[in-house]
Ligand binder design. Structure first.
Ligand SMILES: Nc1ncnc2c1ncn2[C@@H]1O[C@H](COP(=O)(O)OP(=O)(O)OP(=O)(O)O)[C@@H](O)[C@H]1O
Ligand SMILES: [Mg+2]
Length: 222
């Protein structure tokens, strides 16, 4: 279980968010929404242990940040908002490269299957010739190489066509059904509504709360 306890973040004197607390249970997909600049990416990068909160803490499967930072990292798959790939490598070479960096062993067939699960079949193509949506699928496949317990996805479906969005959504639901926890940001409310069990809203404006008032979802506001 991911337990987030009173996380607060300042950049200098500017408060980005205050006292965020919620939890994610195995099998759950939690949506994180808010306007541009609300702090969604900042919160995900804190949970990915890439930066520290100003106050508060969190734990993942009883491992507490910051004491157990290294162990927490092993259980996390992170897809950042900006695509992070080796452009001159083929899809295969990117998968093999990130497999080497990870602490699990996966053979080529297993790595290829992760891409096929995302409906990405350009195994021998150089990454630089892939479309933006295909690169996002590759980033997602890379985040799954080490069998993470918690997936942190920062707008993973931006630029992805509707058919692929639905395919990725179905795959995320299947991952959740296998017991993975997912925290997921998107500006697409239809996607949030169809995928997420609970929704966390960041920001003072209550625009999103009103928008989702009739969704029947549990909404937490910070
Ligand atoms: N390294 C940094 N130093 C100072 N301020 C930062 C830094 N990173 C982000 N910010 C500020 O923190 C706020 C939150 O940014 P963040 O990227 O987390 O928002 P977001 O909710 O992900 O927005 P978007 O929907 O546009 O992706 C913004 O005002 C941003 O300018
Ligand atoms: Mg962001």
């Amino acid at each position: 279980m991911l337990k987030i306890d009173s996380l607060t973040k300042f950049y200098g004197k500017k408060k980005i968010f205050n006292n965020i607390s919620f939890f994610v249970q195995p099998g759950e997909i939690v949506g994180l929404i808010g306007e541009n600049g609300a702090g969604k990416s900042t919160l995900l990068s804190i949970l990915a242990t890439l930066q520290s909160p100003s106050k508060g803490s969190f734990s993942l499967n009883e491992l507490k940040f910051p004491i157990n930072k290294k162990e927490i990292r092993k259980q996390i798959g992170f897809v950042p908002q900006e695509i992070a790939l080796w452009e001159d490598f083929t899809v295969e070479e990117n998968m093999l490269f990130f497999e080497k960096l990870s602490w699990v062993k996966k053979d080529k067939d297993q790595l290829r299957q992760l891409c096929l699960n995302m409906k990405l079949d350009k195994w021998q193509e150089p990454t630089k010739v892939l479309s933006g949506g295909m690169k996002r699928k590759l980033n997602l496949a890379i985040s799954l190489i080490h069998d993470p317990k918690l997936l942190l996805l920062d707008e993973p479906t931006v630029g992805i066509d509707l058919k692929s969005k639905i395919e990725i959504g179905n795959h995320l639901k299947a991952l959740a059904n296998s017991g993975i926890m997912i925290v997921y940001t998107s500006h697409d409310m239809d996607e949030i509504n169809s995928l997420c069990d609970r929704i966390v809203c960041i920001g003072e404006d209550n625009f999103y709360q009103q928008l989702l008032a009739n969704s029947g979802k549990e909404i937490l506001s910070f």
